[in-house]
Design a protein around this ligand. Structure first.
Ligand code: GAL
Ligand code: CA
Length: 338
């Protein structure tokens, strides 16, 4: 009896020693381009959850969509002695000075969601990028429209064999906006359809702006002539759906329906899919992007080697962690609801 208690105590001690050893005391400073962004809020929550598991300290600040403010925030993290940085740049073309600040201090820096140019990524050895291949999401969202048109001949409302569509884009410099637009239209063509763009405009990832833009398109071309809406993200898709609903569309009457696809698989988008208001989306895996960013930052902060074994994610060219996208349709959307 006594002996087993001693053994038990030894085991408990060993386990807590391992746990204490495994926990990090790293201080990681993170900047998010703006807090008021649905998808990035998901990434932010995942980052916090991962740091909770790791035991270190994670500070996250809102760069309020202002690059100069973000540059100052990085300076502040450096002067308070942060051990690693995670940066979601406001302007991905302005990542170089941030990389240089980190490099001057020998601090690890992990960029997320907005990919710095290759020359910036190649100018320092303690730099990583965690994100997703925008091309994939474009192809998958276009494919959802193709599958819909193939299984619903009535979707070709004017029976001309072509898809008349509206494109809601985001800012020109963002790889996700440019490549999703390009690859989604390409997927419709590769699917064997001729396509006709009835309208295309930027709504800056934003739902309210997208509703406005969509109302403008509806009054310009007529809601009956719109056969599909593709949006670079779910918030803009949901904005377009608001405008359609205001016309009595996408409310359940099958003869008054415009298929709308987005990207992200946010909770409100999955909800809209469950109500039959939205055709589909693509999972932009906020959880795994957030988890991976923190894992890389902590291991690098603690001076460890960032390897596929140490982080548990595939690494490309030594510094890119690409989290795969997945198509989300009426068949599988429930899997993604939390
Ligand atoms: C994209 C995402 C958008 C928006 C943007 C911010 O990957 O699909 O919803 O969050 O990042 O950079
Ligand atoms: Ca048509």
């Amino acid at each position: 009896m006594k002996k087993s208690i001693v053994v038990l105590a030894a085991v408990v001690f060993a386990i807590s020693a391992v746990a204490a050893f495994a926990a990090t005391d790293a201080l990681v400073g993170a900047c998010i381009y703006k807090f008021d962004d649905t998808f990035m809020t998901g990434v932010r929550n995942a980052m916090r959850a991962e740091m909770e598991r790791q035991g270190g300290e994670l500070e996250i600040v809102d760069s309020q969509n202002r690059q100069p403010m973000q540059n100052d925030q990085v300076d502040a993290y450096i002067s308070k002695g942060s051990n690693a940085l995670i940066v979601n740049p406001v302007d991905r073309t302005a990542a170089e000075p941030l990389m240089n600040k980190a490099k001057a201090e020998g601090l690890p820096i992990v960029f997320i969601n907005r990919e710095p140019y290759a020359e910036v990524m190649n100018a320092y050895d303690k730099i990583w990028y965690v994100g997703a291949k925008a091309e994939e999401s474009g192809t998958q969202s276009g494919q959802i429209i193709v599958d819909y048109f193939k299984s619903h001949p009535e979707a070709d409302k004017n029976k001309d064999g072509k898809i008349q569509y509206i494109m809601l884009r985001s800012e020109q410099g963002h790889q996700d906006a440019v490549l999703r637009t390009e690859y989604s239209t390409q997927a419709m063509k590769d699917g064997g359809f001729e396509i006709v763009e009835l309208g295309s405009d930027t709504a800056n990832w934003d739902k309210v702006q997208a509703t406005d833009k969509m109302k403008g398109f509806i009054s310009a071309v007529g809601v009956d002539n719109i056969e599909a809406v593709l949006a670079n993200n779910d918030d803009m898709a949901l904005g377009a759906i608001e405008a359609l609903k205001a016309e009595g569309y996408n409310l359940g009457d099958a003869s008054k329906y415009v298929p709308v696809v987005g990207v992200d698989a946010t909770a409100p988008a999955l909800e809209a899919m469950s109500k039959g208001e939205m055709l589909g989306t693509v999972l932009n895996d906020a959880d795994n992007q957030g988890f991976a960013a923190v894992k890389v930052a902590v291991i690098a902060a603690d001076g460890g080697a960032v390897t596929e074994e140490s982080i548990g994610y595939k690494i490309t060219d030594g510094k890119y962690i690409w989290i795969p996208y997945r198509p989300v349709t009426v068949e599988n959307y429930k899997e993604f609801m939390k």
